[in-house]
Design a protein around this ligand. Structure first.
Ligand code: FAD
Ligand code: MLT
Ligand code: ZN
Length: 461
């Protein structure tokens, strides 16, 4: 997009008065990094990046922007994958980079309060120091933030055991579109007093408020852990096996799948042999954790499965790290092929295998030069359809994949959010009544319509 006009002098003065001159960045060489997303598909421009250092500064910044009708994109680690974290229409960017405090670590109750800009890795470290663990984890942990994870209701690798971010959330502090501060951090484990506004902000993708802190529930940190890579002839066989493990293995923490093509891509990227050689049609990485010998527990569960073509089992140590590296590096391996489309979807269990077999053909019908890379969180019915070899703004592939998802009664967004990438599809999945109710909530909390105005809602809904 062309460079947006510079900030009006009065607005600039007002913002500098709030955050100080060092925390309003306007040099295009500096702001450019905040205007392109992780995939390289979404590239915008901004007249300024604001770095408030406290909730009061966030409130004052939003108050100024609301009064002037200036649109704001909230940004955490900018690891979002749906074009929601970057200023695609010349918005100003509000980064939470300075809100990194982790406080009130309650080792007895198993909870902590984290600033929106704290990374997920920092939350893990604080939880472990207190003798606990944090139940949500994914490969971008060193960069992705608490605020971003709340805004997207991030899922990741442990959802099969602990649920998504919303399941960990005890409360949030957030600045609404009016500049008012919603202070909802002090809620108790059981509290049915009125609307769950923290839950509402979770998954709102920066359209209702800027999250400044979150109170997070911690989970026990099991002492023993075992991981395995299992081979299957098809997604159908893998889905049945994962269903059986979910029923019989209470400590199941992860069940992740990728195909032979992705196994070879990531092995080439890492310069290492694949986890299973030769890669089977489908590899499933499973992990269980608990007390007692987990290698034995996992081994017995695997021995009871039908259709396992080959297995590698590992406990703590380099072999386990290698099994996870092959799974976690899939995202960066696909990214080496250039800007690509990422379609994060979920399917009912009885439709998942057929979808996985059918979707590559639908992609090539829509775009003959395109290639599909498929992996995901099989335990949650969540697949990531990555498509390379298509122009960033070509919608034909997205329409083919998302159309198939809806025909199979799935969801067009499982864990990454809607962003700008999928907003045309929300009404088709959720229906007009739901979208009208969502718009009413948006208007109530952000009456000037300044918060991420191009995220979630499609033009013409
Ligand atoms: P950003 O990218 O900065 O923003 C994401 C959205 O949240 C935007 O709409 C933004 O406006 C909004 N936002 C950010 N901060 C705030 C705030 N404080 N208040 C209000 N709105 C805000 N996601 C998964 O769910 N599961 C995965 O397994 C997973 N794996 C990933 C692996 C890699 C290698 C990468 C690059 C990404 C992965 N992601 C995954 C996606 C991404 O990490 C998550 O969506 C994450 O929650 C984004 O956090 P962030 O801080 O980077 O947010
Ligand atoms: C993952 O599961 O690896 C993430 O959601 C990122 C991706 O979809 O590439
Ligand atoms: Zn994922």
């Amino acid at each position: 997009m062309p460079d947006p006009p510079p900030l009006a002098p009065a607005l600039r003065r007002a913002l500098v008065e709030v955050v100080g001159p060092d925390h309003l960045l306007t040099d295009p060489a500096v702001t450019a990094g905040h205007a392109i997303d992780w995939t390289g598909r979404f590239r915008g421009a901004t007249p300024g990046v604001i770095r408030p250092g406290s909730v009061d500064e966030v409130a004052a910044v939003i108050g100024v922007c609301a009064a002037e009708g200036v649109a704001v994109v909230a940004q955490g680690g900018n690891t979002g994958l749906v074009g929601g974290s970057v200023p695609l229409a010349g918005e100003v960017v509000l980064t939470t980079a300075r809100l990194t405090t982790i406080a009130e670590v309650d080792a007895d109750a198993g909870r902590l309060t984290a600033g929106a800009g704290a990374t997920i890795a920092a939350v893990h470290a604080a939880a472990v120091s207190a003798g606990w663990a944090y139940g949500v984890d994914w490969a971008a942990r060193d960069t992705a933030t608490v605020g971003g994870s709340v805004a997207t209701n991030a899922g990741g690798l442990r959802v099969v055991r602990h649920g998504s971010t919303r399941a960990q959330l005890l409360g949030v502090e957030a600045v609404l579109g009016t500049g008012a501060v919603l202070r909802d951090l002090g809620r108790l484990e059981k509290d049915a007093t009125g609307y769950d506004l923290s839950g509402l902000l979770c998954g709102s993708e920066g359209t209702l408020g800027v999250v400044t802190a979150a109170r997070l529930r911690l989970v026990p940190d099991p002492p023993e852990r075992a991981t395995a890579a299992l081979g299957f002839a098809s997604f159908a066989a893998a889905v049945v096996a994962v269903g059986q493990m979910r029923r019989t293995l209470p400590g199941l923490e992860a069940a992740e799948a990728y195909r032979a093509a992705e196994a070879e891509l990531v092995a080439g990227h890492l310069g290492r042999a694949p986890a299973l050689r030769p890669p089977p049609p489908v590899t499933v990485v499973v992990e269980c954790a608990g007390t007692g010998d987990q290698i034995e527990t996992l081994g017995a569960a695997v021995a009871a499965l039908d259709g396992v073509l080959g297995a590698v089992v590992a406990d703590e140590g380099p072999r386990r790290t290698a099994l996870w590296r092959h799974r976690e590096a899939l995202t960066e391996a696909v990214a080496t092929l250039g800007p690509h489309h990422k379609l994060d979807v979920s399917l009912p269990a009885d439709a998942l295998a057929a979808f996985a077999e059918e979707v590559p053909a639908r992609v090539t019908e829509a775009a003959p030069g395109a290639r599909t890379w498929l992996f995901g969180h099989l335990g949650d019915g969540n697949l990531h359809v990555n498509v390379t070899g298509v122009a960033p703004d070509d919608q034909a592939v997205d329409d083919a994949v998302l159309g198939l998802v809806l025909a199979r009664h799935g969801s067009i967004s499982a864990e990454h959010g809607v962003g700008t990438a999928k907003r045309r599809w929300v009404a088709r999945q959720r229906g007009d009544v739901t979208v009208a109710a969502m718009r009413a909530v948006k208007t109530a909390l952000d009456p000037a319509g300044i918060l991420n105005p191009h995220v979630l809602f499609g033009d013409g809904d």
